[in-house]
Design a protein around this ligand. Sequence first.
Ligand SMILES: Cc1cc2nc3c(=O)[nH]c(=O)nc-3n(C[C@H](O)[C@H](O)[C@H](O)COP(=O)(O)OP(=O)(O)OC[C@H]3O[C@@H](n4cnc5c(N)ncnc54)[C@H](O)[C@@H]3O)c2cc1C
Length: 527
Amino acid sequence: MADENFDYIVIGSGSAGGVVATRLTEDPQVSVLLLEAGPDDDDEMIKMPLGFSTLFKTKWDWNYETTPQKHLAGRRAYWPRMKALGGCSSMNAMIYIRGNHADYDEWRDVYGATGWGFDDVLPYFTKSEGNTRLADRFHGTDGPLNVEDRTYVHPLSAAFLESGVAAGLKRTDDFNGAEQEGIGAYQLTTKKGRRWSVADAFIRPALDRPNLTVRTEAFVTKILLDGNRATGVAYRRHGQSLVARAEAEVVLSGGAINSPQLLMLSGIGPGAHLRDMGIDVAVESSGVGQNLQDHPVSGIISHTKGTTDVAEMLGIGNLLRWRATGKGPLSSNVADTGAFFASRDDLPLPDIQLHVAPTGFVDNGMHEPVRRAQTTAVTLVNVQSKGHLKLRSADPTWAPEIEPGYFDDRADLEAMIAGFRRAYDILRTGPVAAYIDGPWIPATSDPTDDQIIEAIGAYGQTLYHPVATCAMGTVEGSVVDPELKVHGVEGLRVADASVMPRVPRGNTNAPTIMIGEKCADLIKESA
Ligand SMILES: Cc1cc2nc3c(=O)[nH]c(=O)nc-3n(C[C@H](O)[C@H](O)[C@H](O)COP(=O)(O)OP(=O)(O)OC[C@H]3O[C@@H](n4cnc5c(N)ncnc54)[C@H](O)[C@@H]3O)c2cc1C
């Protein structure tokens, strides 16, 4: 088959890639090929907010796992990643959070990501956003990404919110406005109670454009280079090996695991490691796969009384109700309520986020509910520990080695312990206390520091936010420049969560969509 030619090739249709491809094709003169390894996102469990964890370890999942983690009692952490149109925006828990304003100023000031301070990126957040309630300088109301208030909040989560206020947290109805700190119900990227992914918001509405070609089940195995210029990609589809050429640029949006993997497979990465893998070094780039950061989370899980568990609401009645109206418990993303606070009085910014769920969220939600429970998931959002990612083989079908280095920096454990203590204060105060019927994890309701550390070791997991493996900036070890161009390579940009130089204080979907928006503008400007 003859090679095909396009102006731009975008690898990966996820939170960033789907945005880049569709924004670029707003110009009818520009042709784009969007290649996605996974299939179409055509499953009701993708649409149903409560169903997100049923996608784990199925055909939808890249199904990664980390190396054994010293501070997780030697366990490997399971890392789900969506393999379908929309990428992880088709699998995630739909919480719409941007992080703290200071996160972006830090990208600019500490890492040299000029043009990525909060005032620079705010217009890109609001450009995407179609918020159905909030309309002020921090919010957009007419963007394609629907952001709405949840219609279902379980009584346990409502009670937790009141208890948080009673325990001294400020009530907020907007974590993405002037101030991040406080407690409230999360807004979601859903539309009338159904998931509203990047595939829904950006890709599907653009599918009839003649200048946009979207190919699913197209697994890119290599970025083709002519000297130090990216000229196209090699990919596999339905048993065929194919080549597509990019006249202008290739944009790599494979996510924080697959993007560094594909750069290395293409000869861009740390020279010694590539040579060890038998890969010819095209461009030495020591930072590829380095700097890996993720948000660790660990739950206080309590047995409950006098209430229900959302896991017992999966019957046919609620299914029919959700199908007909988008309402009821199946419209819940499990983590209905949340909070941001600083674990110590001397911290200027929040370092802990809570995800509060009216069920026992154990082992990524894959634990059979045996007894009614409530989870207060303590999440570290200002992470000091760093890890890395390496190839295990030059075969692109081999998963890379993922070493997140959870809690390697002792400060991370100290912050988690302080976060646990604050969460216990809330659970003992106000209306939620009446529902608590004793501890499950940790096994006592008044644990020592060592018992908290033990619980984190036994049950700690990812909050699914890996970033920074192709970090942007001008400091040593950065992989892309502030225009997202790969240092040392022409015609190649990376746009996805991997370019964040540091993980922001909050969930990473909205920040990644923002990166996609800004990337499209940077490309348009340079063209
Ligand atoms: C279970 C889960 C829950 C989450 N919950 C939330 C939440 O509630 N709120 C929030 O803000 N964030 C959440 N996140 C995180 C957020 O969704 C991600 O940070 C974000 O979607 C990452 O976007 P990305 O563009 O970097 O990568 P992705 O969205 O993963 O996109 C990468 C795409 O590239 C494709 N791809 C990879 N390699 C190749 C290849 N070689 N060839 C072709 N295609 C390829 C993949 O299949 C995928 O579609 C969650 C994530 C998960 C997994």
